[in-house]
Design a protein around this ligand. Structure first.
Ligand code: ATP
Length: 302
């Protein structure tokens, strides 16, 4: 495994008596775009605020760049940029002035402001008052502000929330560019799988504070590979026979058995084999869960 830029180890967090983050063990590899997915109220923003040390984590549960956050707060925070909830923007200043202002506060050369405006595609709107920016432009300005200190890690909490389709595409392309051309590691939260699926290299799915899936986007896709569903009169006998003959039975539920789908020919062969064993096959068909349904299933059943 590559270096872990973010690691949480069995992290718990409570608001009063409500457990909002439950035994969360995130692993975010260097250079990845990690899609942090979950329905509303799942605990994404709280987790991100913990990663920013805006909410305090118990000792030895949160590690950024390999170091425990509470004991390395300043050093860790220097290496990250974040956009959580609304970007903090001065509406009466132009986009450029907002960036200059932040440059001054951080002791960064003003040249950097111009670079960032270009990077986020706001150079033409540089002198426009930020209060007059569209939502998408404000988000891009927020990302530009987060990027000023040239952080290695970006934490973006639902950066496409409320944007129109064009705005969504722009932010999505910007994230891809930041990761591929500028070697940033990005953790981006969303409640929409379709948002994350197109850009993420890794995915973590959270619900009610619990991590329900974590892996590469390909591992997530593997879960939605096609399967055969079989309805048979004697499911135990069929399972025994199939497993003895090298078939992989993926699951049994509601008197139905699922196996990996290989080909239509293979379905026919399977049918013949089962009938030859004296079994009655009521139905045999191919099923496939699309990712959106898979996500709904994962988050619903927990
Ligand atoms: N300051 C707070 N005080 C008390 N409870 C809170 C506070 N902030 C969040 N919560 C609760 O914690 C839970 C997780 O909220 P959180 O904002 O982290 O979820 P989320 O996944 O980011 O949701 P969304 O997609 O709606 O932003 C929710 O039940 C929420 O009501």
């Amino acid at each position: 495994m590559k270096d872990l830029i973010i690691e949480t180890r069995g992290l718990n967090y409570y608001f009063g008596t409500q457990k909002v983050v439950d035994d969360l063990s995130l692993k975010v590899e260097k250079g990845s775009i990690y899609g942090f997915l979950g329905p509303n109220g799942a605990g994404k923003t709280t987790s991100i605020k913990i990663l920013l040390n805006l909410l305090q984590s118990p000792a030895d549960t949160v590690f950024l760049f390999g170091k425990e956050i509470n004991t390395n707060r300043i050093a860790s925070l220097k290496r990250l940029g974040a956009l959580v909830e609304q970007p903090a923007i001065y509406a009466h200043l132009s986009g450029e002035e907002n960036l200059y202002n932040r440059c001054m506060l951080l002791g960064i050369n003003r040249k950097k402001a111009k670079e960032m405006l270009q990077l986020v595609g706001l150079e033409d709107a540089a002198s426009k008052k930020a209060g007059k920016y569209s939502l998408g432009m404000k988000q891009r300005l927020g990302i530009a502000l987060a990027l000023l200190s040239d952080p290695e890690l970006l934490l973006l909490d639902e950066p496409t929330n409320g944007l129109d389709p064009n705005g969504i595409i722009e932010i999505r392309n910007l994230m891809i560019e930041l990761a591929t051309k500028h070697q940033k590691t990005i953790l981006v939260s969303s409640h929409l799988l379709s948002e994350i699926e197109r850009i993420a290299t890794h995915v973590g799915i959270i619900n009610k504070g619990k991590l329900l899936f974590q892996g590469t986007i390909n591992e997530l896709h593997d879960l939605s590979k096609p399967m055969i569903e079989l309805e048979i009169n004697d499911i135990a006998k069929a399972q025994d026979f199939l497993e003895k003959n090298g078939y992989q039975v993926l699951g049994i539920a509601d008197k139905k058995m699922t196996l990996p789908f290989v080909s239509t020919e293979e379905c026919g062969k399977l049918n013949t084999l089962l009938v030859q064993q004296g079994l009655t096959v009521y139905s045999i068909y191919q099923i496939r869960k699309d990712l959106e349904h898979l996500f709904l299933d994962i988050t619903k059943s927990n």
